[in-house]
Design a protein around this ligand. Sequence first.
Ligand SMILES: CCOC(=O)Cn1cc(-c2ncnc(N)c2C#N)cn1
Length: 302
Amino acid sequence: MSGFTVKPEPVQVPGLTHLHTGKVRELYATASGELVMVATDRVSAYDWVLPTEIPDKGRLLTALSLWWFERLADLAPSHVLSDAPPPGAPADWKGRTLVCRRLDMVPVECVARGYLTGSGLAEYREGGAVCGVALPAGLEDGSRLDEPVFTPATKAEVGEHDENVSFEAVSAQVGAELAGELRELTLALYGRGREIAEERGVLLADTKFEFGRDAGGRLVLADEVLTPDSSRFWPAEGWAPGRPQPSYDKQIIRDWLTSAESGWDRAADTPPPPLPDEVVERTRAKYVEVYERLTGTPVPFG
Ligand SMILES: CCOC(=O)Cn1cc(-c2ncnc(N)c2C#N)cn1
């Protein structure tokens, strides 16, 4: 089992209909049919949503996503209509709420990988390929790929892993033309993100985009983009293929959870314990650090 230690009770807001509780976000609908995506301060690790929140995580990742949407706009329009919480929303939704166009979502997790790690590495070790794309022999954990690879996945339920699928399977599911568009756009968006991140000393190992189609059938960038929840960001100075790379935002939590101090046994499939204040504070500082290093600006709130 994994997922939530305690399933959160969503905030009810007059005029909004609660649609979905994700691991770290809540989705609502307005009476006029727009979507309201609220990023919480929840954090997940090892497929568990932890019982301890990271203060300001929701606002930091929302601000970062908006920053990226602006820098990707020439490649793909986004679903964002406004960052102003709807009337009647709780005051603490400010800065972590996006009002979005409702799209006809494409049921594919569009992942691009520029480095080999995680499920991609596991698949490569099994058969020398990822999502049916053969890779050179001798690659290690953290190896940079000669060319970024489109490695789509099907969306899993909370607590489950997305399942990597081949381009052919995506083509069979959504049609060859759209599959080709998804691959081309995903790789272009990844290339842009990687280029901007590397200028700032941050490696974008991989990322996941979600797309929908608007009433005119145009592909629109949805969900969040290029945040530490949808991507793996590594500090360039710490990169060394052949071992797990230090994750910008999750490493502190992972290291504590797997330390004797936590008393948690990941293999026992029991919920992880609350995080110590020091781990929370250091993790918050990492989210601030990745925001400020990528955007070059101080966090947009006190
Ligand atoms: C609670 C977090 O989970 C999600 O937001 C996943 N999800 C997104 C949609 C969606 N549906 C129509 N239009 C959109 N613009 C979007 C977006 N983004 C549905 N689920």
